[in-house]
Design a protein around this ligand. Structure first.
Ligand SMILES: Nc1ncnc2c1ncn2[C@@H]1O[C@H](COP(=O)(O)OP(=O)(O)OP(=O)(O)O)[C@@H](O)[C@H]1O
Length: 246
């Protein structure tokens, strides 16, 4: 298995002196191409902090994060921002969409940020909305969509720039059980490729079956790894699917 991301000895604390809280106490994590990796654990165990650090959002106090052989926390801020735009797609728990913009405009945002041509960006955004089954909602403002539909818009926005790492923070937390399962099944079937890894933080045991590996966190440390097997069951056909959007 080929490594896409490696975090070594990650330590993160908040506050100082008596008010110092250790969120992560020396965490090691490796993610491989072509797998769905879950990070699970009780509330306050450090999952979101770890996710923020490996995705280049939050700087650790100690340790290194290497993505595609690059030490991301040694990069200058501008270079890290560019690296994130090109390689990491993040789906936030509460979606972080712009409610009054159309679904197409929301999905286009990463491409606009990359200064890609406006019309080409909208065309590619529409393609990914089709992939996510939202072609008929392309021109609607986001506030008119259901929770599950908004989640799919957020996923389309995260994949539009073809990231190697797709990261989800509690993707099913605001959805009913069946919608949550359908979305994760869809993501695994259509968006996992052998050139990508998908990392999901979740409390939701109803979606555990979609993981290849599950990392269990407790009190700022990784306690245990469960291997569900089926590594590299990424779908080759989906690489073709994405290439068509170019
Ligand atoms: N910005 C912050 N300032 C101070 N403490 C923080 C901050 N962010 C996180 N913490 C603390 O770090 C610890 C880990 O928090 P984190 O949000 O990573 O846990 P979590 O496992 O994602 O929890 P949950 O499942 O409830 O979202 C907690 O004790 C939390 O209170």
């Amino acid at each position: 298995m080929k490594t896409i991301l490696e975090a070594k000895n990650i330590v993160k604390y908040f506050g100082s002196d008596e008010s110092k809280t250790y969120a992560l106490k020396g965490v090691n994590l490796t993610a491989y191409y072509g797998e769905v990796l879950y990070i699970v654990g009780p509330s306050g165990s450090g999952k979101t902090t770890l996710l923020s650090i490996i995705s280049g959002i939050l700087r650790p106090n100690e340790g290194t994060v290497t993505v595609k052989d690059k030490n991301i926390w040694q990069m200058k801020d501008d270079d890290l921002a560019d690296f994130r735009l090109n390689h990491i797609g993040f789906v936030f728990q509460d979606y972080h969409l712009f409610p009054k913009l159309t679904t197409t405009e929301n999905v286009s945002i990463p491409l606009f940020l990359k200064r890609q041509n406006w019309d080409k960006s909208l065309k590619e955004a529409k393609y990914y909305l089709e992939v996510m089954g939202l072609g008929s909602k392309a021109d609607l403002p986001v506030y008119k969509l259901s929770g599950g539909e908004q989640q799919r818009v957020a996923i389309a926005r995260a994949v539009v720039s073809k990231p190697d790492i797709l990261i989800f923070d509690e993707p099913t937390a605001s959805l009913d059980g069946e919608t949550g399962r359908q979305i994760i099944a869809f993501v695994k079937e259509h968006l996992l490729t052998q050139e990508r890894t998908i990392i999901i933080v979740t409390h939701d045991s109803r979606i555990f079956e979609f993981a290849n590996r599950i990392l269990h966190m407790e009190d700022g440390k990784l306690k245990q790894t469960t291997d569900n097997g089926n590594h590299l069951d990424a779908q080759k056909c989906d690489i073709k699917l994405e290439a068509e959007a170019q």
